[in-house]
Design a protein. Structure first.
Lengths: 352, 262
């Protein structure tokens, strides 16, 4: 059974503090959507609202056709995986997995069989009779996953499930989570503060800030075409340069930086350029050249990245970070120009 | 590697242990003395003072009352204390910080004052039966232990475990009994024992609340001592000690004593 999750203009408060403001989010049936953001952005709050641990002040939450906004948490039938595993310390691994089935009135024999099968799927059959305390972090999270999956919930939710694991295990586990989620086709909501994790595992990612979704899209789009300055900074666009168009000639546009200096841009590769805009570029998207066409800068500190040199540059638009070729190291204090790689830059609207 | 122990430490530790253990030895010795007055070392050996306890109906009656009070008072304090401790921990952020202090007021207020005010307000004010007043008094007296000790257990309990159970379909109240309670069991038992022993040994509060016909064992011991200074007192004390030892032995056999210090 796959259903969609629809969060419709939800507002939530902790005491008098508004933590979510008019947030809407749809997760299509079978899709995995991540909520990505720093702590305090409201991602965990959103998850707790859907789980039923926090009542919304306003708005509606629908699972399939069913309005679950006011349903008690234990009747929502949602599989939850927690950051700290939240296994029942006094129950064996098998009993942990069977717990949800027991609540659903599944008979003891059937319960054991289904829980064992699920343990087998996460590769933990040999540990069935152990207590959770005797397992490693990765094993615990597998048990937690099995426990959430065995009830065959229409919706799975993950709250930073890999944050307590070491780097190597984190990668293995996220592949495993994705495989199991795909295989079951379970609609999933995944909360994390780790960009790589969110991008690698999700169909779509919602980048959140201060209780709002800043952009919700496929990882590729977010990474290459952020819609606003916040998302651009979040996905690593170090340089945000406010510019004004001074000349248009078909697809070619010349834009000026405040304080002097201009750049030639192409609407062909960058899309339509408004009269006033912000040019967003990663260090890789601006290349440092000794001379030629581009934004004039004074070079600052040079660091070695392995694939390129990176320069801190002084321009009339402030400090910029750009990369230059290894073949041609340039000295601090020298002057140079920055030329944009159009395919690695994007045009953002000016924000008030 | 061996450590050299400073001789002063050995002397100091010996003195501490002497003062801790000597009273017990003296009481046991006096209880066995074949004299009509309390003395140590005992002169002659006899068990007649133990017989004497069982022959005196006042001791029997008050012992029964004391145990009834200790059981019921402790149970009542846990009935109030466990939910209070749960709420104080579960909603720590939402609740004002002074609230947890309210639950320890009975040990912050001098027991004499506490007993007196209970007498004034409950016995005199409400005219309740003596046993009921005693029960309320004892339940309140041991409530701080229930709340504090269970709280200590809950402080290390991860409430996301409770949420996990609820998300798996277990209703909140059922979750408390099947998931939360088993994980704070050691704290509840420790609270029970501490509260039970405190109630059993209480003098100051009981002194104000006992009345005609109903008294507790410690009060009876006091009353007896004022009239007769014989070894009966010592033998009652030995029996009370045995009760404590028995409780500890049961705990040790079932849970291990280390959990009391956790």
């Amino acid at each position: 059974m796959t259903v969609s999750l629809d969060i419709e203009s939800i507002t939530a408060h902790y005491g008098h503090t508004e933590v979510l403001k008019d947030l809407s989010l749809s997760v299509k049936a079978g899709e995995l959507v991540s909520l990505l953001g720093s702590s305090g952005c409201g991602k965990t709050t959103t998850l707790r609202l859907v789980a039923g641990f926090l009542p919304p002040t306003k708005g509606r939450i629908k699972l399939g056709d069913k309005d679950i906004t006011r349903l008690p948490a234990h009747t929502r039938n949602i599989g939850l995986v927690f950051q700290n595993y939240a296994l029942f310390p006094h129950l064996s691994v098998l009993e942990n997995v069977a717990f949800g089935l027991k609540q659903r009135g599944v008979g003891s024999g059937d319960r054991k069989k289904r829980a064992s099968e699920m343990l087998d799927r996460v590769g933990l059959s040999p540990y069935a009779e152990r207590l959770p305390a005797a397992l490693s972090g990765g094993q615990k999270q597998r048990v937690a996953l099995a426990r959430a999956l065995v009830i065959e919930p229409p919706l799975l939710m993950f709250d930073e499930p890999l944050s307590n694991l070491d780097a190597k295990l984190r990668i293995d586990m996220r592949v495993e989570i994705r495989k199991l989620q795909r295989a079951n086709g379970t609609t999933s909501l995944y909360v994390t503060h780790d960009q790589e994790e969110a991008f690698s595992i999700s169909d779509r990612v919602a980048i959140m800030n201060a209780g709002k979704i800043m952009q919700l899209d496929h990882p590729e789009v977010l990474y290459q075409r952020p819609a606003n300055a916040f998302v651009a900074r979040f996905v690593g666009f170090e340089n945000l340069v406010p510019m004004k168009v001074s000349e248009r000639d078909g697809d070619r546009v010349t834009a000026e930086v405040e304080g002097g200096g201009s750049m030639a841009l192409s609407q062909d590769s960058l899309g339509p350029i408004p009269d006033e805009f912000v040019l967003a570029a990663r260090a890789d998207g601006l290349s440092v050249r000794r001379s030629g066409e581009g934004l004039p800068v004074t070079l600052g500190l040079r660091t070695y990245l392995g694939r390129a040199y990176q320069y801190q540059c002084q321009s009339t638009a402030g400090n910029l970070v750009a990369n230059g070729p290894l073949s041609e190291p340039m000295d601090q204090g020298g002057s140079a120009v920055l030329a944009p790689h159009f395919e690695q830059c994007c045009i953002l609207p000016v924000e008030a | 590697m061996t450590y050299r122990i400073h001789p002063a430490l050995i002397v100091f530790a010996s003195i501490v242990f002497f003062f801790l253990l000597a009273p017990l030895v003296i009481i046991i010795g006096s209880a066995l003395s074949d004299t009509t007055y309390l003395t140590f070392p005992p002169r002659g050996l006899t068990l007649r003072w133990f017989e004497n306890i069982f022959e005196m109906s006042a001791f029997r009656r008050t012992a029964v009352t004391s145990f009834q009070l200790a059981f019921a008072g402790t149970a009542l304090s846990l009935l109030v204390g466990i939910p209070a401790a749960y709420a104080l921990n579960r909603y720590r952020i939402e609740l004002p910080s002074w609230l947890s202090t309210v639950y320890v007021l009975p040990i912050l207020v001098p027991e004499i004052v506490f007993g007196f005010s209970l007498m004034k307000s409950v016995t005199v004010g409400l005219d309740t039966p003596i046993f009921l007043t005693l029960l309320i008094g004892h339940a309140l007296l041991v409530l701080p232990y229930s709340v504090r000790v269970v709280s200590a257990s809950l402080a290390s309990f991860d409430f996301s475990i409770e949420e996990a159970a609820i998300s798996l379909g277990s209703p909140p109240l059922k979750t408390f009994f099947t998931i939360v309670l088993p994980n704070i069991r050691a704290g509840v038992i420790a609270a029970f024992i501490l509260a039970f022993i405190t109630s059993l040994n209480d003098v100051s509060v009981s002194l104000f609340l006992t009345g005609p016909g109903i008294s507790t064992l410690p009060i009876q011991i006091l009353a007896h001592m004022e009239q007769f200074f014989d070894p009966t007192i010592a033998s009652v004390s030995v029996l009370l000690m045995l009760v404590t030892v028995a409780v500890m032995a049961i705990v040790e056999a079932t849970l291990g004593l280390t959990f009391l210090t956790k």
